[in-house]
Design a protein around this ligand. Structure first.
Ligand code: SF4
Length: 371
């Protein structure tokens, strides 16, 4: 199994908290499509003819693309890779882009899963984030996608936001559960350097995000989703049933090989990581003039161990001791504290975070790193 990720770097405007690579101009869209198709062609051996089970249009805002763009990109991928007949093809979309026409065109182009960037059901919070959509557009876009026959839908929500009370967050989850959507990604707001949010907080115009509020929201989230019978299969991801666990997301956590295309996209092929250059103009120029447009690093056994700890611990499958190679003894000695504190559970050779351990997932992983 392998995956393909395409980074589509176009957005209508900048959300204040965002640190992904994007541009708000469509001026280079045509050149970008030409360049990324060339990248697809030149990297057709990267996955060693492994079967591709997931293709993911992320960004940026891939719903800024048109039917022709998506169709041409998918045709090029099908011509260059061994794509499974049951491939999951996800497109990230913002609610305000999802008109009836666009939804039917995306479906016709081959998209069979939509990841809708909802973020919040409250207009005042959407405005605080500088998002382009309204709460009403969320409900309309989801119901029209479902009516068009796209049943595999995931949405993103963000918590730990100043102004989002515990009651409002609880109501958000209840609203989500009423939508008949099959997957949820829920993230705690993080203030990244160089974002407008960071500057707004530094200048005193916005208040800082509280860690305690965020932890409380995460507890509310875990509790309500568990009561509703959902699978908490990764720290930030919930699936209604086995069949709706995201193939794309799982590929990252299960050390599956994936090819990343487009500016800033990352690739992994078991022994190397590669990341493409930004900004967009540089990425295009280098691809078109056959220059090196990426940086890469070869992973040693310590990198692989640390990565396994970081990603494995975040999932409900945890880490099997046989995955840790020569460093399994180091892991066993260091995880003892967390086993005693009931933050990590051990069974059948596998270590998994408990409910209380999930609240400290990053800290536990970092304590178990080999440095
Ligand atoms: S739409 Fe997504 S990628 Fe674009 S600015 Fe907002 S959060 Fe960032």
């Amino acid at each position: 199994m392998a995956g393909i990720y395409l980074h589509i770097p176009f957005c209508k405007k900048a959300c204040y908290y965002c640190d992904f690579y994007f541009t708000t101009s469509l001026r280079l869209k045509g050149d970008f499509i030409t360049a990324i198709r060339k990248e697809i062609n030149t990297r057709q051996n990267y996955l060693s003819n492994e079967q591709v089970d997931t293709i993911y249009f992320g960004g940026g805002t891939p719903s800024r693309l048109d039917f022709d763009d998506i169709e041409r990109l998918l045709d090029t991928i099908h011509d260059s890779f061994n794509v499974s007949t049951s491939v999951e093809i996800t497109l990230e979309a913002n609610p305000d882009d999802l008109t009836k026409l666009k939804i039917s065109e995306f479906k016709r182009a081959g998209i069979n899963r939509l990841s809708i960037g909802v973020q919040s059901f409250y207009d005042e919070i959407l405005k605080w984030m500088n998002r382009t959509h309204t709460a009403q557009e969320i409900f309309t876009s989801i119901s029209e996608s479902q009516q068009a026959g796209i049943s595999n839908i995931t949405i993103d929500l963000i918590y730990g936001i100043p102004g989002l009370s515990d009651e409002m967050w609880q109501m958000s989850i209840e609203r989500f559960l009423g939508l008949s959507v099959s997957h949820l990604s829920a993230y705690s707001l993080t203030v990244e350097r160089k974002t407008p949010l960071h500057k707004l907080i530094a200048s005193g115009k916005y208040v800082a995000v509280s860690n305690d509020a965020s932890a409380k929201h995460f507890e509310i989230l875990m509790q309500l989703m568990q009561q509703a019978g959902w699978q908490h299969y990764e720290i930030s991801n919930f699936a209604r049933e086995d069949a709706t666990i995201s193939k794309h997301n799982s590929a990252y956590w299960n050390a599956t090989n994936y090819l990343g295309l487009g500016p800033s996209a990352h690739s992994y092929n078991s022994y190397q990581r590669r990341w493409n250059n930004t900004p967009l103009q540089r990425y295009i120029d280098k691809i078109m003039s056959n220059e090196v447009y990426y940086e890469e690093e070869t992973l040693n056994k310590i990198d692989k161990y640390n990565e396994r700890v970081l990603t494995g611990l975040r999932t409900m499958w945890g880490i099997h001791e046989s995955d840790l190679g020569e460093l399994s003894n180091y892991f066993r000695e260091n995880v003892e504290t967390y086993l005693n504190q009931n933050m990590v559970a051990y069974s059948g050779g596998r270590y998994v975070l408990t409910q209380s351990g999930k609240l400290y997932a990053d800290r536990i992983a970092s304590d178990l790193f080999y440095v």
